[in-house]
Design a protein around this ligand. Structure first.
Ligand SMILES: Cc1ncc(COP(=O)(O)O)c(C=O)c1O
Length: 422
């Protein structure tokens, strides 16, 4: 296969922008969204769990032979977990807290994998007691923690693949190269612990289908070599997450990544349990942030609008991941090209007193007044979960809206209020 042929030309941002505008306009004119904003004001995150289900089905269709385990870390919200549980999706957890969110709602342990390569011994004990059996390791100390674990415990050795094009290259913190991986398999077997196979993460927000394919091909090759050399049989390949979302430019579609992966993986689908841990791609599009202008100033570099959410809150994805969600003025959502004449470039500041709390620069916006609403789509992944309470600001509430919703459910920390829509 000519992998280079799968490289895409960048797609136009204008098409993406008009699609996002139309989606945001439809969402904001919905009864549920209006009710939630009227009751709770801003900032407010609008979560549509139906979009999560759609993405799950989309991935299932594109990669039907891959068992999906949603990476809870991307958006650990009850409505998302309920929706995916109901749809039959598996789950990937990194901590005891994430595991507890699942066991509380009765998700069977057989549908849960624990993929953090470094775990507290007590956390491993709790996960084993809950019935989880699949874990990831990448060093001797971690393997040692599994001595005496139930005999059906299955370890996956985490491999590291450099991914300079991913927004978040995870290979420097976790994972090993092929020689160390071989040594770890031998060392686990010597300790009487079964290694079921390998896992890796190609890096998050990776807009390069070929990298997904080469990582899978390299891992399969390594598995074959080790099976022959060590006279063992592996049964699991975990291809991790990494599928990108379209923030301010069109990223590779699920179909693009699947087209690269399918010819590599499909021939092995009968003999191997092939699983994945998608996070971002499942939830990014499902949540929209609504903020409002709280201050306006003319500075040396032009107009500044100060919003009531920022980098230390829901826009933590800008700070921690260098992704750039689009920001629209609500009054602009249905604007015609003629309206653009009175637009000006502006800087968007967050609400804290920290000078690095700048959401975006050079955003083309109409004249705004204090109280005007702004909207950011693609705010589902790594937003609320990485937000802080810096300056004493509360976490931005999440309102569950969308088709079929009969209430706007607003969760503020542990306080969940249901607001009738009509
Ligand atoms: C082990 C592991 N699995 C899955 C994910 C989810 O990745 P993504 O959101 O890029 O799909 C991550 C993200 O950091 C991860 O560390």
């Amino acid at each position: 296969m000519n992998l280079a042929a799968l490289r895409r030309e960048p797609r136009t941002t204008r098409a993406l922008e008009s699609r996002r505008r139309a989606e945001a306009s439809a969402l904001l004119s919905s009864v549920a969204a209006r009710a939630a904003i009227a009751v709770h004001g801003t900032p407010l995150l609008l979560l549509d769990p139906e979009r999560v289900r759609r993405q799950y089905r989309h991935l299932r269709t594109a990669l039907p032979f891959v068992g999906l385990h949603y990476a809870v870390k991307a958006l650990a919200h009850d409505a998302v977990l309920d929706m995916l549980d109901d749809a039959g999706c598996g789950f990937d957890v990194a901590t005891g807290e994430e595991l507890a969110m699942l066991t509380r709602r009765g998700v069977a342990a057989s549908r849960i994998i624990h993929t953090h390569p470094i775990k507290k011994p007590a956390e491993i004990a709790e996960a084993l007691a809950a019935g989880v059996r699949t874990f990831v390791v990448d060093n001797d100390v971690e393997i040692e923690k599994f001595r005496g674990a139930p005999s059906d415990t299955r370890l996956l050795v985490r491999l590291a693949y450099r991914s300079p094009h991913a927004k978040s290259d995870l290979s420097s913190k976790f994972g090993v190269g092929p020689f160390e991986a071989a040594r770890l398999v031998e060392s686990a077997h010597a300790a009487g612990i079964a290694v079921a196979g390998f896992s890796y993460h190609v890096g998050s927000q990776l807009d390069d289908p070929t990298r997904f394919a080469t990582a899978a091909a390299d891992t399969l090759e390594l598995m074959g070599i080790l099976e022959r050399r060590l006279n063992v049989q592996f049964d699991t390949l975990d291809i991790g997450g990494g599928f990108p979302a379209s923030y301010d430019s069109e990223s590779a579609a699920i179909e693009d990544v699947a087209a690269a992966l399918r010819p590599v993986l499909e021939p092995h689908a009968r003999r191997l349990d092939i699983i994945a841990e998608p996070g971002r791609v499942m939830v990014a599009d499902a949540m929209t942030l609504v903020t409002s202008v709280v201050g306006i100033a003319e500075r040396g570099d032009g107009r500044w609008y100060y919003l009531d959410d920022g980098l230390y809150g829901s826009y933590s994805n800008v700070l921690t991941e260098d992704v750039h969600p689009l920001v629209f003025a609500e009054r602009d959502l249905t604007a015609t090209p003629a309206d653009a004449a009175n637009h000006r470039w502006a800087t968007l500041g967050g609400p804290t007193c920290d000078s690095s709390d700048v959401i975006a620069r050079e955003v083309l916006l109409p004249e705004l007044e204090v109280g005007d609403l702004l909207v950011s789509p693609t705010m589902g992944a790594y937003t609320t979960v990485t937000a802080t309470r810096f300056n004493g600001r509360p976490f931005t509430p999440v309102a569950v809206v969308g088709r079929g919703a009969t209430t706007a459910e607003v969760a503020v920390a542990s306080d969940v209020r249901r607001v009738p829509i009509v």
